[in-house]
Design a protein around this ligand. Structure first.
Ligand SMILES: Cc1cc2nc3c(=O)[nH]c(=O)nc-3n(C[C@H](O)[C@H](O)[C@H](O)COP(=O)(O)O)c2cc1C
Length: 138
């Protein structure tokens, strides 16, 4: 069974709700899905997974969360070439700029699904898109 990781950071639970839906969609698609917070992931874990979904809200000024998620992602991004990944996250008031910048850092990877972004708490449509994203990692 293919094994995937859903690696996320969430301050107020919105991206966490998305992460749960991603993992659920992956499990429904027959994948073994492991949910991990950003502080428990790093380059040494990359090889343990066939694909990885990364989730982080827009923070700072249209950037990834800077204390935990950004250092983790900086450490792994150089090793994502040819790896199946997908990105998701919640935002508040911007236009998704943080996600566009994030995608630009992932051009060497294989994005299996259009990135899923949603304003604040994910609604039913956003949760459905997260489940699809999870299934796309198969
Ligand atoms: C310190 C801070 C900075 C933020 N910066 C942005 C931003 O630049 N652009 C944006 O659209 N939303 C921004 N937000 C809003 C969050 O992205 C939004 O509340 C999101 O739903 C939080 O997700 P979470 O519940 O997973 O932490 C910011 C929120 C905080 C607390």
């Amino acid at each position: 069974m293919a094994k995937i990781a859903v690696v996320y950071w969430s301050g107020t639970g919105n991206t966490e709700a998305m992460a749960n839906a991603v993992a659920e969609g992956a499990a429904n698609a027959g994948l073994e899905a492991e949910l991990l917070t950003a502080d428990s992931f790093g380059p040494e874990k990359l090889d343990a997974y066939d694909a990885i979904a990364f989730g982080c809200p827009a923070m700072g000024s249209e950037v990834l969360e800077e204390d935990v998620f950004e250092p983790m992602f900086s450490a792994v991004e150089g090793s994502l070439g040819g790896k199946k990944i997908a990105l998701f996250g919640s935002y508040g008031w911007g236009d998704g700029e943080w996600m566009r910048s994030w995608e630009e850092r992932c051009t060497a990877a294989i994005l299996t699904h259009e990135s899923v972004i949603c304003m604040n708490e994910p609604d039913d449509d956003a949760l459905a898109a997260c489940k699809e994203l999870g299934a796309s990692l198969a």
